[in-house]
Design a protein around this ligand. Structure first.
Ligand SMILES: NC(=O)c1ccc[n+]([C@@H]2O[C@H](COP(=O)([O-])OP(=O)(O)OC[C@H]3O[C@@H](n4cnc5c(N)ncnc54)[C@H](OP(=O)(O)O)[C@@H]3O)[C@@H](O)[C@H]2O)c1
Length: 239
């Protein structure tokens, strides 16, 4: 069987290296996209994979990505949509543009990227998206982020029904904060025991882009590591 040909969007971000490394190690044929040309070039060199600087949240950019993958591999077998953004702040201080931005980063980018490649998934395919437990359990000051990820999850679960008869599997990884060097630098106060290693997320992405996940359509797979919601009121869970 030939190695799957996948588009990895937003590969320039925190989870990119772990995910790309895992899939490249498996022998997948990868096209990485992002808007940061310099970072993309570094990743392309390091993992010896195709890259394309484009914005997949724009329909023309998403079509360009699909065409580049077809030109490079002659086929497309799926999408790993790492594109995303994060904003925090009390809802009454967030202006409408911040909400629109979150919807574009976390939801509409998935719609445009997916629409561009769907016509090419003629032998079925694997689509993987990323959310957060906050989509189900929204915390204060995260309204725009939580709402945009909740929209993404509802959309994926809906399209999964539409796509399954064509052998296309659309699933979501729900993850907590990733334990990346950047995050450790930005937030030295954080309890890293509650964070999840990008390599653990990458293993689940490998599963969701393989025949091992044939039974999953529209699933939300939690990859939370040892994360737990805690509250001063609830007391500590038993150890
Ligand atoms: N890291 C975490 O702790 C965490 C936790 C829960 C969920 N997630 C989700 O998991 C996914 C991957 O995480 P990550 O940390 O790798 O994400 P990230 O670093 O925040 O973002 C990934 C990439 O998305 C691209 N991007 C952002 N907004 C975009 C837009 N409007 N249009 C096109 N591209 C855009 C950026 O690439 P360019 O600037 O090069 O285009 C960025 O490098 C994201 O969906 C994220 O929300 C992450």
């Amino acid at each position: 069987m030939t190695a799957p040909a996948l588009i990895v969007t937003g590969a320039t971000g925190g989870l990119g290296p772990a995910v790309v490394s895992r899939l490249a190690e498996r022998g997948d044929r990868l096209l990485l996209t992002g808007r940061d040309k310099a970072r993309l070039a570094e990743l392309g060199k390091e993992y010896d994979v195709e890259t394309l600087a484009t914005d997949v949240s724009d329909p023309a950019g998403a079509r360009e990505a699909a065409e580049a993958a077809l030109a490079a591999f002659g086929r497309i077998d799926g999408l790993v949509h790492l594109v995303g953004g994060f904003r925090a702040g009390p809802y009454f201080l967030m202006d409408p543009a911040a909400y629109e931005g979150m919807l574009r980063d976390n939801f509409l980018s998935a719609v445009t990227a997916t629409q561009a490649l769907l016509p090419h998934l003629t032998d079925g395919g694997r689509l993987v998206y990323f959310s957060t437990p906050l989509a189900d359990e929204p915390m204060p000051a995260l309204s725009a982020y939580a709402a945009s990820k909740a929209a993404l999850v509802a959309w994926v679960r809906s399209i999964a029904h539409e796509l399954k008869r064509g052998g296309v599997h659309a699933n979501v990884v729900s993850m907590t904060m990733a334990d990346t060097p950047q995050k450790r630098r930005e937030r030295p106060d954080l309890d890293t025991d509650h964070m999840v290693a990008p390599e653990l997320v990458a293993r689940v992405v490998a599963f969701l882009t393989s025949a091992e996940s044939d039974g999953l359509y529209g699933s939300v797979v939690p990859v939370l590591g040892r994360f737990e919601f805690t509250s001063e009121l609830s007391g500590r869970p038993p150890r």
